[in-house]
Design a binder for this molecule. Structure first.
Ligand SMILES: Cc1cc2nc3c(=O)[nH]c(=O)nc-3n(C[C@H](O)[C@H](O)[C@H](O)COP(=O)(O)OP(=O)(O)OC[C@H]3O[C@@H](n4cnc5c(N)ncnc54)[C@H](O)[C@@H]3O)c2cc1C
Length: 380
């Protein structure tokens, strides 16, 4: 029977980053992906990387991810295409300004000193297509930006393989063997694997891996859309990622066009991931309000993918105490691409050293049972 020290279920950005961090430290890793690496939420994502969160733990995690992405090519030998064009949060409600004033104090306290306020006039100079008529203020962080989900995932996957990890595509985890109160192995579409540690990195599907072990992982799938326009010189490649915080509309340069996204906050959870063109029409209405020039931009391509949301919009990282040998790195609630580099490094430290450079206790599974949930508010 095949065996591995660790079996990672799921080969999105999280599984691949974790495979790399563990294999680099000589752990015998087997990653199983039922589709192809990075083809699900990771492959549908907008590539945004930001540090402007409302929860201090997320800011600390993200500062580490930014550093890791800055050094990505040196570390893995492959570029991340990380372009630090900054993130501009556009605020139009007094309560948002109040909340972001608190955020700004916290950001500076934890060392994100480059984040700053931008008034409507400056925002208009930074993003000339922006309608700033109702803008009360903006926050801007120049070290935020966008990176390539495909490059980062394949960079981690290739580096993991160089360190000896086995990454298999087209293999589904279908069961988890438990005896003597702990994980003993996994059953897969290609046979059984003996292992004493399963890492659930199955994103929106992480609850189904949990159910195989009798565990309830509180993650729900939400469809999210993106459209990319044809060439659009009015939004140059240096233009920041711009977020209209009230509507969740965001846009950033993508090639010589613009990538536009928005959350449909009314759609209930579900696994549908086809494009809802009626919703895209609404998204373009909002785009036309916030950046009137975008109204005339034709859609070159559009797609939808799944957010994997927890009740507090924070990831679940670490051991699940109910079952020895079962760990989770899932439920990133729409910010998993940017969080995976740091999450993987920190999890590998907790696993191998019993402590990590940054405390990941705020992401512990136990918080759901305790009911001590504090929501991350800056979710787009
Ligand atoms: C439209 C959109 C825009 C987004 N924009 C951003 C952004 O700008 N920045 C950001 O940080 N995040 C963004 N996200 C969120 C981000 O894509 C996710 O948080 C992240 O990709 C999650 O990575 P993951 O590895 O946990 O999950 P996934 O990439 O979904 O990987 C999980 C993998 O598990 C596999 N799997 C499932 N079940 C099994 C099984 N039984 N056996 C084997 N394999 C299995 C799946 O096939 C899948 O490949 C966006 C998401 C969407 C949909």
């Amino acid at each position: 029977m095949e065996s591995a020290d660790v079996v990672i279920a799921g080969g999105g950005i999280m599984g691949c980053a974790l495979a790399y961090q563990l294999a680099k430290r000589n752990v015998d890793v087997l990653l199983l992906e039922r589709e192809t690496l990075g083809s699900q939420s990771t492959g549908k994502c907008a590539g945004g990387v930001r540090q402007q969160f409302s929860m201090e733990a997320n800011v600390r995690l993200q500062r580490m991810s930014v550093k890791l992405l800055e050094g990505f090519e040196e570390e893995t030998g492959q570029p991340a295409d990380f372009r630090q064009i900054g993130y501009l949060f556009v605020l139009t409600l007094p309560q948002q300004v109040e909340d972001f004033r608190h955020n700004m104090e916290m950001w500076h306290r934890v060392g994100l000193t480059e984040a700053r306020w931008v008034d409507a006039a400056e925002a208009s100079r930074m993003v000339p297509v922006l309608n700033v008529d109702d803008v009360l203020g903006c926050t801007f962080c120049p070290t935020d930006g966008i990176a390539s989900p495909a490059d980062v995932t394949s960079g981690y996957a290739a580096a993991a393989r160089r360190h000896g990890a086995r990454l298999k595509e087209g293999v589904e985890v279908i069961g988890i063997d438990i005896s003597s109160g702990r994980v003993q192995g996994v059953r897969t579409s290609e046979g059984e694997v003996a292992t004493r540690l399963v890492l659930n990195c199955a994103g929106a599907w992480s609850p189904s891996i949990g159910r195989m072990a009798g565990l309830e992982i509180p993650v729900l799938p939400y469809r999210r859309h993106i459209a990319v326009t044809g060439p659009f010189p009015a939004v140059p490649r240096t233009s920041p990622m711009t977020v209209d915080f009230r509507t969740s509309l965001y846009f950033h340069p993508e090639g010589d066009g613009v990538l536009i996204g928005m959350s449909d906050r009314e759609e209930p959870p579900g696994f549908a991931s086809d494009v809802n063109w009626d919703f895209l029409a609404k998204m373009f209405q909002e785009a036309a309000r916030r950046a009137p020039a975008l109204a005339g931009a034709g859609i070159k391509t559009a797609w939808a993918g799944l957010y994997e949301s927890t009740p507090d919009h924070q990831a679940i990282l670490g051991a699940v105490p109910e079952l020895e040998g079962f760990w989770c790195a899932a439920g990133f609630s729409g910010h998993g691409f940017m969080q995976a580099p740091a999450a993987a490094l920190l999890l590998s430290q907790v696993l191998l050293d019993r402590s990590s450079e940054i405390d990941i206790a705020p992401f512990a599974f136990e918080r759901f049972a305790k009911g001590s949930l504090v929501k991350e508010k800056n979710v787009i």
